[in-house]
Design a protein around this ligand. Sequence first.
Ligand SMILES: [Zn+2]
Length: 126
Amino acid sequence: MLTPLMLLAIACAMVLAHELGHVVITHALGGRWLGVEFKGLMLGVRLSVAPLSLRQIAWTLAAGPLAEACVAVGAAALWPEDLRWWLWMLSAQWLFNLFPWGLVPNDGTRLLRLWRHGSVDAPRHR
Ligand SMILES: [Zn+2]
């Protein structure tokens, strides 16, 4: 039976897997992990992607959400009766992280900037 503690544990596992996904793929492709950073309640990792191609940078960005999906699949395999919760949690995470809101520098915003401007940094305006 699903408990609030299980939901919290899976949510934390999704966040950790997300950040680890970024770090592992960045490292595998030749980039570097520079550390963990906290911005308010937001947890993130600082990465050096300077030696990577645009396609490789896109994979480092996609790795976080894909790692979350792995956690959701694992939770669904262990507790299939709660599948709707795992799908809801994954959907909420992806909506928050992959939709390019533009207000917070989430992965969706960075992927959009990479596609439009060839850089994950915000375009500079005069
Ligand atoms: Zn991310």
